[in-house]
Design a protein around this ligand. Structure first.
Ligand code: ASP
Length: 363
């Protein structure tokens, strides 16, 4: 890793920092990719999960990670990898996204999603949708096939139908476990916060062979949400962000706080290397020709990336927010940061590293 960073560091000396993928074009380590996923953060402790549930969650994370890894390994794009990964997690009732989404106060399921392409900063999002089987596909369709970034409610459902995306009866999203949760909240047996002891939102971030970054997030939001409440997950810059110059992020947690801090954008901004200072050096001969000599750009090491993400998450904690993020950098690192006891998570890369984890004390 250090060797690679040094190689990139060396190359960065002579490149002028671009606003888009030219940065990636300077990479010498073509053929490298990385991916990270999450399935929500929260009070996820060993005593809260049976051995069977623990194994089931790990298997689901592993399967999703393998799907994304396979696409990246075959040379597919980060965008395709995260989309396919998130679809699998949305279809799994263990997570609060797609099937298995939490219920609103009115006992409906209203789904939010977003996606962003770091190569051109294009983005799409959908909020409060009720019939699209895979909301991440709707976010992608908004990005690719509409002039807008975010659609909501009935209009988003209509756009989804017009795009030919698979529609389901709203009852498809319901599961007995989520129904029990909302009924207990409505009966005032538990608070909505306690019902949501783990958030369960899903997300993925990736860097592909070409150095392009992508991020996506999908959720049912928070149990008992009212009045058309929209969380951070479909808000570009809060729950999702991707920029080839800095990072790709997907978040999970108490959305209001992530929105207030603009967590995903804030972390990426702190990670973006400065433009190199360059000086024009004239060729000997005085014919007006010359070249630009630039100061080296220091790219952040993994520990620095971790500490920048942790700083922002700690500011979120100071405000009263809880949750976590997954992060990938264009330099090949993947990072988790969360202030909850656990987070469903996993990561893999082209060096053959692959892991899934649940509790805070795991790697
Ligand atoms: N961040 C989501 C929201 O506030 C909830 C979650 O992560 O599960 O809607």
């Amino acid at each position: 890793m250090i060797g690679n960073l040094l190689r990139i560091f060396g190359l960065a000396i002579f490149c002028s920092l671009p606003s888009s993928p030219a940065y990636a074009e300077q990479r010498e380590d073509q053929g490298r990719w990385s991916i990270a996923i999450h399935g929500g953060a929260g009070t996820i402790e060993r005593e809260n999960l049976t051995a069977e549930k623990d194994a089931e969650i790990r298997a689901a994370l592993s399967k999703a990670l393998e799907k994304g890894s396979e696409i990246l390994h075959q040379g597919g794009s980060a965008m395709d990898a995260i989309t396919a990964t998130i679809i699998l997690l949305e279809n799994d009732p263990n997570f609060n996204a797609g099937k298995g989404a939490v219920f609103t106060w009115d006992k409906t399921n209203e789904l939010d999603s977003s996606i962003m392409d770091g190569s051109d900063l294009s983005a799409g999002a959908a909020a409060g949708v009720t019939t699209t089987k895979n909301p991440i596909l709707l976010a992608r369709a908004v990005k690719d096939n509409s002039p807008h970034v975010m659609l909501s409610g009935k209009g988003a459902d209509q756009f989804s139908r017009e795009q030919g995306l698979e529609q389901v009866d709203p009852s498809y999203f319901s599961t007995p476990r989520r129904l029990r949760q909302i009924e207990r909240v409505l009966a005032k047996e538990v608070s909505a916060a306690d019902a949501d002891y783990k958030f369960g939102t899903v997300g993925a971030v990736a860097m592909d062979n070409d150095g392009n970054m992508a991020a996506g997030t999908s959720t049912g939001g928070m149990t008992g949400k009212r009045w058309g409440r929209i969380g951070d997950s479909p808000v570009i810059g809060a729950g999702t962000y991707a920029d080839n110059r800095s990072c790709a992020i997907s978040a999970t947690g108490s959305g209001e706080y992530f929105i207030r801090l603009g967590v995903a954008h804030e972390i990426c901004t702190r990670l973006r290397p400065p433009k190199p200072a360059c000086e024009f050096v004239e060729d000997i001969g005085g014919d007006g020709g010359g070249y630009a000599e630039c100061q080296p750009v220091r790219l952040p090491r993994a520990e620095q990336v971790q500490s920048i993400a942790d700083d922002v998450m700690s500011e979120l904690g100071d405000l009263g927010g809880t949750g976590g993020i997954i992060l990938a950098t264009p330099w090949g690192q993947t990072i988790y940061s969360f202030n909850t006891p656990g987070m469903y998570r996993g990561r893999a890369n082209s060096d053959g590293e692959k892991s899934v984890a649940i509790y805070g004390d795991e790697e």
